[in-house]
Design a protein. Structure first.
Length: 262
């Protein structure tokens, strides 16, 4: 029995749902409201001490970290395969699937919060907002959360997040020039599943212009959205978040352009 503890708009949860949909798996879902701090409640922390989503529970045993969950699902349910049979291509797949864990996820969180999500926190009573920040388990993540809420795109690490994101887009464009249709050749893989939510988030933040000069990436993104498993993202979109990002994203463009120019 598979149980997924997740959030509709979480990029990490989206990764896992893409794999679940690709494999047509039956999963019991529990949605957590991250703004209300469901992920910080004791019963959830007992499953995932990091206080983040998603968590996949397999016959009562929790698996945490979205990249590892995706690997588990492909090993446990091998049809259709999402890892290349060729071992060199599989290593390349893992290299690209690991990109979020090597800085892209932090950059995405920074831009998402600094541009849009901070306004959700600022609309709440100060004491409630402070309590939510204080209950974030990891001290470094707690301080980044505080600064992005208070300072927005003026936070000291925001420009670096823009450039980190842009660097990843460049790597994807270059790899597609070598590989062709997908990052590992002729087949959609875990590399696509793990990176897709981060492209979607840029799109929702109205920053999709960042790949205007990257035609291979733009075409790849179109192919990804046409995949049947893209419903693992599309079926869960929250209009409140989409409206928030659409409202504040265009205002951030001059700041993002300045960071790229620098």
């Amino acid at each position: 029995m598979l149980t997924l503890h997740h959030n509709n708009m979480s990029v990490c949860a989206q990764k896992v749902r893409l794999v679940i949909r690709a494999k047509s798996l039956e999963v019991t879902e529990h949605h957590l409201n991250l703004r209300l701090g469901d992920q910080l409640k004791p019963d959830y922390l007992a499953l995932n001490p990091n206080g983040v989503v998603p968590t996949l529970v397999v016959d009562g045993r929790p698996i945490i970290e979205s990249t590892l969950i995706c690997e588990y699902l492909d090993e446990a349910y091998p049809a259709p395969p999402l890892r290349p049979g060729d071992l060199v291509e599989r290593a390349i797949m893992r290299r690209f699937a690991a990109i979020p864990d090597q800085g892209l996820h932090a950059a995405c969180g920074t831009l998402s919060s600094a541009i849009a999500f901070r306004h959700q926190y600022l609309a709440r009573p100060r004491a409630e907002m402070e309590d939510n920040i204080a209950r974030t388990p990891d001290p470094a993540r707690r301080e980044r959360k505080r600064l992005t809420i208070e300072m927005g795109m003026a936070a000291p690490f925001a420009a670096d997040a823009v450039r980190a994101y842009d660097g990843v887009l460049g790597r994807i464009e270059a790899r597609l020039g070598e590989a062709g249709t997908w990052l590992t050749g002729d087949a959609y893989s875990l590399a696509e599943a793990c990176l897709t939510p981060y492209l979607v988030r840029l799109d929702h933040l109205r920053l999709g212009w960042m790949w205007d000069r990257r035609p291979r990436l733009a075409a790849w993104y179109e192919r990804i959205q046409a995949q049947e498993n893209f419903t693992g993202i599309a079926d869960y979109l929250d209009d409140k978040y989409l409206t928030l990002m659409a409202e504040h994203g265009p205002k951030a463009r001059p700041i993002v352009e300045a960071a790229l120019a620098a």
